[in-house]
Design a protein around this ligand. Structure first.
Ligand code: GLC
Ligand code: GLC
Length: 811
């Protein structure tokens, strides 16, 4: 069952039934100021950091779902409704919500009034614009009342939800003309305030939530709205809001646009006040003036559309499969921008107060983003590396506002450092910018301890070398990529977090996943060293990699697949000898991508085992058999019910590792079959089961052991976005940047006749046509550049500004 449709031309997903199986959301903003908006107008806004600079309030796990947002209410002669259906939930004569690239347009119509709310955040702007278009679609004149609504968060979103003994006394506002200012704590240490304005005279307002709403009412029944009488309330403490009241008159067929601006302002400490107790409003007024007409707003919308058209033009495919095209050309790239911006902080599953920017997560997010805005990728790499410790280890996350690492969700995840090699080498291959290696980068944000970025990579590599266990395999530490395989954490207290407590600090538990990671990105480190003429460094590193390969073959092969780990007692994890958890996906993916034992058929065998044990209708599950009891020596993984999350859920993040490994084996049919199973556009028809957005990947789909296999959860903020983008574009379609040019080596379903890709790379445009006359999956038989044959499959970088034609024949 579907709840809308894709409009590929407009690059929108258009929801036509407000009662989606879960709130289907969109992200507004691309740089500093962000909003989350659901298909019924729910959501919230923040500046840079969803925890420390939250502008509007949101209640989590609310009842009914998705309650609270930026709402509009229309009172049409006593008939009250909202254009987004919620919160009032009056039946609408027409409803649609178009989620586009960084904008959302919600339209509702009832009794001859059409109201459209178009929300977006202009580029380079710390404000959300809402263009509200009201139209009289009836044959008679209409006179009605419009109320806006936003509820302020008292800035620190966590404190705001917990510290009521203080917060109910601190809220402060000012109202001047049509602008409502939120100035809580401005008097003391905050040099920032927020405002909500409209570009028309108002006939009333409210700033005290409970006076406006009535203490015992929900958002669907605010007294002021239903009585058509604003209270002109002034908030002192309690819960400050911003609600404008406007009386609107429209002749038949007439329409009117209003521009609302929700903005964030920072002022220098010496310029905070206009007069005693009165905030300096001039920067707010300047910001409002930039958007005070429809023409100005439309011009910004055009800029935003151009921005996205340009970003997406870097990689596009014509495959003949519209679902594939819309994933690659629009939605997957869009999600990669969102994960780049948010990491794992703010979604409808991540509260914005829990997790910030993950060390491993943000590095991986870059592989789907670096082609979009390489300069921002570069800055991010340096930010991440700046939180690294001198021994190469890492804080697991940092807060975007401060850019400082913290231990809030633990540390000592021994995979963390290696991901820095992935992001950096991908960046250099994309841009050719080796200068990043010479950048002076601090440790633990202490500039006095800075070294070159290259030295950071070296320490990442040697962090593994310096932390090997009894079998010469990498020690796992707290956990590796799988946050829930906690082999050194024997927890008996249900109030302990597996991420932060109970570490046994053993030096026995080893990870085959990190072993694969080390070989794969260690090889990248060696290649990089050779590129920059550090042959001695390369040779030294190579010796460690060779030893690791030997250790994996000797101690990490279980006969038909790679082991997952050795536990605290030195016992095998992920072996046929185990009763549950015999085979895991991560080590098959990473040892496979690293090509360990490729020549001896190990990789092929392990992929066949994945197919046999882990594959199901909805994707590849994380391990089998699922754990049915709590294993204290394995930790959180065994806490989840079977089929969910890390306990045999379909963790969409690691499915592409298998796709990529299949392409190394030349098995394009299998790779693409796995791709289709989890790519959201292919799941649109089963939206009622899948539950989450058909235009965004989710972290987890319930696996075959679950109560409801196929049900998705935790959409948007997941490494799934970047990894699937890499799998489809670089390995299946096979267009991948390398140091010496653009490699084109597809691995596709044998039934395909071919496809076309346009790739912008280091300033030149490559129009690539791949034909597959003999219906193979892999193998470049010939390649021409502007008609001239090239040996191999790497097209050297062409001059910036030029357009070239590349013809590839498989066979
Ligand atoms: C979550 C985390 C990620 C981790 C994965 C597996 O997605 O963000 O860091 O690798 O879970 O546990
Ligand atoms: C839980 C989740 C895992 C996530 C981790 C982050 O363990 O299962 O997916 O990565 O929390 O803190």
């Amino acid at each position: 069952m579907k709840f809308g449709h894709f409009d590929d031309k407009a690059r929108e997903y258009v929801i036509t039934d407000p009662k989606t199986p879960y709130p289907w959301i969109n992200y507004l903003g691309n740089e500093d100021f962000f909003s989350l908006v659901s298909n019924t107008g729910g959501g919230y806004s923040f500046y840079k950091d969803a925890k420390f600079r939250r502008l509007t309030r949101y209640r989590y796990n609310n009842v009914p779902v998705d309650n609270g947002g930026k709402y509009f209410y229309i009172n049409d002669g006593g008939d009250v409704w909202s254009p987004g259906w919620k919160p009032v939930k009056a039946e609408l004569d027409a409803y649609s919500c178009a989620h586009g690239l960084s904008y959302t347009r919600i339209t509702g119509e009832r009794n001859g009034i059409q109201a459209e709310v178009l929300s977006f955040i202009p580029l380079g702007t710390w404000a959300e614009i809402q263009k509200v278009s009201l139209k009289n679609t009836s044959g008679a004149a209409k006179k009605f009342k419009l109320f806006s609504f936003a509820e302020w968060c008292l800035w620190n979103a966590e404190d705001d939800m917990t510290n009521f003994q203080r917060n109910f006394s601190t809220g402060e506002v000012e109202v001047e003309d049509s602008v409502i200012y939120h100035k809580t704590e401005f008097k003391e240490r905050r040099n920032h305030y927020a405002f909500y304005s409209v570009n028309a005279p108002i006939q009333g307002f409210d700033t005290d939530r409970d006076k406006w709403k009535g203490l015992y009412n929900d958002f669907d029944k605010p007294d002021a709205v239903f009585e058509g009488e604003p209270r002109n309330s002034e908030a002192h403490g309690w819960s400050p809001i911003a609600s404008h009241y406007l009386e609107v008159e429209l002749a038949p067929g007439e329409s009117k646009d209003l521009i609302f601006v929700l903005g964030y302002i920072e002022v220098a400490p010496e310029n905070k006040w206009e007069s005693k107790g009165v905030i300096n409003k001039s920067p707010a007024k300047e910001l409002i003036a930039r958007f005070d007409s429809v023409e100005k707003v439309d011009a910004e919308l055009t800029k935003l559309a151009d921005y996205w058209a340009n970003l997406l033009s870097t990689y596009s495919v014509e495959s003949g499969d519209e679902k594939l095209d819309r994933m690659v050309n629009i939605w997957n790239q869009y999600q990669c921008m969102v994960t780049f911006n948010m990491s794992r902080s703010a979604s409808f599953f991540e509260s914005g107060i829990g997790r910030g920017m993950g060390f491993r997560d943000s590095n991986q997010d870059l592989i789907g983003f670096v082609h979009q805005v390489p300069e921002r990728a570069r800055e991010r790499i340096i930010d991440i590396a700046s939180t690294q410790f001198e021994d190469g280890s890492a804080y697991h996350q940092y807060q975007p506002l401060t850019k400082r690492g913290n231990n809030a969700i633990g540390g000592n995840f021994n995979d963390d450092p290696l991901w820095l090699i992935l992001s950096t080498t991908d960046y250099i291959k994309e841009t050719g910018d080796f200068s990043i290696l010479e950048e002076q980068v601090p440790y633990d944000n202490d500039a006095s301890k800075a070294t070159s970025h290259f030295e950071h990579l070296k320490r990442s590599f040697y962090h593994t070398v310096n932390n090997l266990g009894p079998h010469g395999l990498p020690l796992i530490g707290r956990a590796d990529w799988n946050d829930c395989l906690n082999l050194n954490c024997f927890s008996e207290d249900p109030n302990e977090s597996f991420q932060t407590t109970g570490n046994k600090t053993g030096r026995t538990a080893e990870s085959l996943m990190i072993a694969g990671l080390f070989v794969l990105y260690g090889n990248e480190f060696v290649k990089l060293c050779r590129e920059i003429g550090q042959d001695g460094e390369a040779a030294e590193a190579q010796a460690h990699i060779d030893q690791m390969v030997e250790a994996v073959k000797k101690h990490g092969w279980d006969g038909e697949w790679f082991l997952r780990a050795y536990d605290y007692y030195g016992k095998k994890v992920g072996s046929k000898e185990n009763e549950e958890g015999k085979i895991f996906i991560e080590s098959q993916g990473f040892c496979g991508m690293a090509g360990i034992g490729l020549e001896d058929g190990l990789v092929e065998k392990s992929m066949d085992s994945v197919k046999e044990w882990l594959d199901c209708d909805y994707g590849i599950v994380l391990q089998q058999p699922a754990f049915t009891k709590y294993y204290i020596e394995y930790g959180e993984i065994s806490t989840y019910p079977a089929g969910y999350k890390e306990n045999a859920g379909i963790f969409c993040h690691n499915n592409p590792w298998i796709m990529i490994t299949e392409t190394l084996l030349g098995r394009g049919d299998k790779a693409f079959e796995y791709y289709r199973k989890i790519a959201p556009a292919y799941l649109e028809e089963i939206s009622d089961l899948h539950k989450v957005e058909p235009y965004a990947y989710c972290q987890m789909i319930a696996g075959k052991d679950a109560y409801l296999p196929g049900e998705g959860k935790n959409s948007w903020l997941t490494g799934t976005a970047s990894w699937n983008f890499a799998a489809i574009t670089q390995y299946i379609l096979g267009v991948k940047p390398d140091y010496s040019g653009l490699a084109i080596n597809p691995c596709i379903p044998s039934s395909w006749d071919g496809f076309k890709v346009t790739r912008k790379y280091r300033g030149a445009t490559y129009n690539i046509t791949v034909t597959n006359p003999s219906h193979v999956s892999k193998g470049v038989k010939s390649l021409t550049l502007n008609g001239n044959a090239i040996d191999g499959y790497i097209v050297p970088p062409q001059q910036a500004g030029t357009v070239c034609n590349v013809e590839v024949t498989l066979g």
